[in-house]
Design a protein around this ligand. Structure first.
Ligand code: ATP
Length: 271
């Protein structure tokens, strides 16, 4: 559905992403991992068209991203960036209704309102519908944002038509239970035909839920494969510059990554 081919992004003389390719397919849950500054968000911005790559191309159903009309694209591809900056004090419901704008001709219908409320409910934040978005906690904002994306893709998800979700660290403010709730929700969306790409920092959530893991290091693809193929000490230690133990999860049978308690030498000096 979305095919990023040999993407290179440069800013001034600095190469932030170097020849990275990725294929997002309906039914596949892909996770991008990598240490801070590895180039994950920059690659995502190239995938969404927010940044024009220096080299390479992004195809949506075989067509160049630039040639797809923004409204058509918005009906089948939703993006959740790290932060949503709003100039006005919209309510949570109004934020979710924004997800319906590619489907309406200026005014949201009663049907759109119903869908927006249902999406707030699925994200567990329907009780916050009338609250001003800026007054919500970090985790509540993330769940409302997730509801907005769900509202955007609602029609295609209901009809099990291919569509795509791109998420940049959507769990960063969520507590343990809500992290797993959202991962379950995303996994079930992928199983109903949504192509998912998520940037994560939690290796164990990736190991438990992802179909494919893409590890980036210094702007390049460092490792790519299933969690069982990628979660090997030699790969993870080099990718993250951190010693780890990797064992089998006692319940889920997926890899379980435990960071060794050795502290980075530079940190040791500060402490
Ligand atoms: N506009 C810019 N100008 C200069 N450098 C930039 C710019 N945008 C990003 N960078 C640098 O490019 C590198 C990759 O940034 P990016 O945000 O893609 O990393 P990331 O892997 O998403 O990191 P994190 O896990 O910390 O969010 C970083 O070193 C960042 O400082």
């Amino acid at each position: 559905m979305i095919d990023a081919k040999n993407i290179t992004v440069k800013i001034d003389d600095k190469t932030l992403v170097n020849n990275v390719s990725m294929r997002l397919e309906p039914g596949k849950f892909s996770v991008i991992l990598g240490k801070n500054g590895a180039g994950k968000s920059t690659f995502l911005k190239a995938l969404t068209g927010d940044i024009t790559p220096f080299e390479g191309m992004v195809l949506v159903n075989g067509k160049n991203l630039d040639s797809v009309s923004p409204v058509k694209l918005a009906r089948k591809r939703a993006v959740m960036m790290q932060e949503l900056h709003l100039s006005f004090s919209f309510t949570a419901l109004e934020v979710v209704l924004m997800g319906r704008s590619p489907h309406s001709s200026g005014f949201e219908s009663a049907g759109d309102q119903k869908i927006a409320m249902e999406c707030l409910k699925r994200a567990g934040v329907d009780h916050l519908a009338d609250r001003a978005f800026p007054t919500l906690s970090g985790g509540e904002k993330q769940r409302v944002q997730f509801a907005r994306m769900l509202a955007q893709l609602w029609d295609r998800v209901q009809q099990q038509l291919p569509c795509c979700l791109l998420l940049d660290e959507p769990l960063s403010s969520l507590d343990l239970a809500h992290q797993h709730n959202m991962m379950h929700l995303v996994k079930s969306l992928s199983r109903s035909g949504v192509a998912v790409m998520m940037i994560l920092h939690d290796l164990n959530l990736a190991a438990q839920y992802a179909d494919e893991v893409h590890v980036m290091k210094e702007g390049r693809t460092f490792a790519l494969g299933s969690p069982h193929e990628v979660f090997k000490p030699e790969i993870i230690e080099m990718a993250f510059d951190c010693p780890v133990h990797i064992m089998q999860h006692p319940h889920h049978r997926c890899p379980l990554v435990i960071a060794s308690n050795q502290i980075d030498e530079r940190m040791r000096k500060v402490i």
